[in-house]
Structures are given as C-alpha cells and as structure tokens.
Design a protein around this ligand. Structure first.
Ligand code: ADP
Ligand code: MG
Length: 260
C-alpha cells in the first residue's frame, strides 16, 4: 500500500485540478471493481468519464431548477393526459423536445382554472432545463411588481435586460388580474425586447378576444398579441378542473356542483 500512496495521492491531485469531483469521490471503488472484473482500459475510461458526466449533468439540472423558481415540482410523467382529452399528448411531447425554444417561438396555454396550465408550464420548463436552456418562471403579478419597482428605482432598462437573459421565460396567470395601463405598457416593453430573441411560455385563463380587457387598452393588447402570436403555438385546454375532480373523488362535492 505504501508504494501505492504517492500514485494514489497524485491521482487525487490530478482529479482535483481537473475538477472531476465525482470521480475523485468514487475512485477507489471504481479501481477495485475494474480490477475484479478485468475490464479493458477503454471500458474503464468509459465508466470513469460516464460517472463524471452524469454527476455534472445532475448538478446542472439542480442548479437550473433552483434558478427557475418553479412554484411546485411537476413533470410530464405525472400529467394525466386521459383526464384532459382536449390536449393532444403528441403536441405536448413535441414541445418537450424544445424545438420552439431553439427557434425563438412562443407557447400559449389557455384555459379555465385547474385544468393543468401551470403543471404543463412547469413540466415544459423542466424539459427546457434538461435540454440545457436557462429558464425562469414568474407569475404575471410578480413580473409586473418587479418591473414597476425597477421603474421606480430608475433601473427598468437593467431589469428588462435581466428578463431577456433566460432562453425560456414562463409568465404564469396572465389575465387573472387586470393589469392597469402602466403594467400593460411594461409587459409590452418586455415582449418587444424578447421578440424573436427568446421564447415565452404564457399561461392565461382568458382567450385572446379578452386580452383587450386584461391590458385595459385594445391597441396595446393588439400590439402585444401581434408579437406574441407571430411565431407561436397555442394550446387551448377545455374541460374540468383537476382540483375539483380530486375533491369530488374525496366526496367533498357532488357532480352537479362543478358545472362551470
Ligand atoms: P391551472 O394552472 O390550469 O389553474 P394547475 O396546473 O395549477 O391548473 O393544476 C391544479 C392542480 O391539479 C395541480 O396540482 C396539478 O398538478 C394538478 N393537475 C391538473 N391537471 C392535471 C392532470 N391532467 N394530471 C395530473 N395532475 C393534474
Ligand atoms: Mg395556474
């Protein structure tokens, strides 16, 4: 063992300098395992590098998720497509390939409360992070509060620049509250800045025909819609709220009470 120690120390030091953190952690067991199984040099190198690549990938995804600030953890795997037949799983699976992000296109998820818009938005956000795209999730109300604060503090330009950083920006619940003239104007500025530069994923409970009311100004709504819809994919979800279904299953409400 003693004559192996300098070699072992040297390996540890190389791995540290190369930042192969995971390999350094599991080096001894990898070496023992390779010796026992008499694997080829190439196979050993392959296993060693795979360990590091996987660990770095996992770390990148963990970081990406924490930066994205999702409101909850959801994936496509736990979305029940059978419950919401108005959604074509093929369209959602195509979105999960993230081609729309590479093309700088936008996605709109429209539908009444509880039908899974935020769930799908988070799931697609996760797909984006896994594919290596920086992602930020923000509610429309939170977004406007941030932009208004930045405006008051004379740093609106910096804030708009920051919001143009992520390759995918998810704006949730646009339309739940009327925006007010200033809020609508700030959204317009953001949409204009990101136009053809980065993808937007927007969820809303209002169909496009009602965006004039949401933005409090038909012209401004038209200008925003023009940019958002130019390169876009819209999914309109119809059907029952999943939350109500869960409640009904638990016997808390009767079927006749959930007609919306
Ligand atoms: P919305 O944003 O449309 O109001 P959410 O996405 O917040 O609705 O969905 C409400 C809750 O129901 C969430 O916990 C979500 O994960 C769950 N949910 C909604 N639709 C489905 C579905 N089809 N399969 C599994 N869970 C669902
Ligand atoms: Mg929602």
């Amino acid at each position: 063992m003693s004559d192996l120690t300098p070699l072992h120390d040297r390996l540890q030091s190389h791995l540290t300098r190369l930042r192969l953190v995971r390999v350094r952690e599991v080096l001894d067991s990898l070496l023992e395992d390779a010796a026992r199984r008499k694997v080829s040099y190439a196979d050993f190198l392959d296993e060693l590098l795979k360990v590091e690549v996987q660990s770095k990938q996992e770390k990148r995804i963990r970081m990406g998720r924490s930066v994205a600030r999702f409101p909850f953890e959801r994936t496509l795997a736990n979305f029940d497509f059978a419950f919401q037949p108005s959604i074509d799983p093929r369209v959602v699976n195509e979105l999960a390939t993230c081609r729309y992000i590479a093309n700088g296109e936008n996605v709109l998820l429209l539908g009444p409360p509880g039908v899974g818009k935020t769930h799908l938005a988070v799931a697609l956000g996760n797909s984006a992070i896994e594919a290596g795209y920086s992602t930020l999730f923000i509610s429309a109300a939170g977004l406007i509060a941030q932009l208004e604060k930045a405006e008051r503090e004379n740093r609106l330009d910096d804030e708009l620049k920051r919001l143009c950083g992520p390759k995918l920006l998810i704006i949730d619940e646009l339309g739940y509250l009327p925006l007010g003239r200033n809020g609508a104007n700030l959204i317009f500025q953001l949409v204009s800045r990101r136009y053809e530069r980065g993808a937007l994923l927007i969820t809303s409970n209002k169909s496009f025909g009602h965006w004039g009311e949401v933005f409090g100004d038909a012209m401004l709504a038209a200008a925003i819609l023009d940019r958002v819809l130019h390169h876009s994919i819209s999914l309109t979800i119809k059907g029952e709220s999943y939350r109500l279904k869960e409640k009904r299953k638990a016997g808390l409400i009767k079927h006749s009470e959930v007609q919306q």
